[in-house]
Design a protein around this ligand. Sequence first.
Ligand code: FES
Length: 113
Amino acid sequence: MSESVNIGTVEDIDEGEAKVISAGDNGTGEDIAVFHAEDGNFYALNDNCTHETASLADGWIEGTEVECPVHSAKFCLKSGTALCMPATIAARTHKVEVQDGRVLLFPNVSAAV
Ligand code: FES
């Protein structure tokens, strides 16, 4: 079984907001952003935009997409797919589960699409 990181309760991240789990805390070597999307679900992507350097957690969530705050590329929160220029490389996904009101991040386990 994969190891998970308990990142808090569902109330800790408001819908439309994101929380960064630092590389040191998640063990992957990259910061991970956990998003509470407008569909009510939680999704996780590597926080750094695949275009240049920007925190996707600082971007804008619309539905199940996030828009980069620097050059406005959009990524699908479910698959990590880059949906528009200037990003062409998908963001890496990580599995997130909610169990008994706790949000569990599974670093290095891809989200099932
Ligand atoms: S840094 Fe994100 S679109 Fe350029």
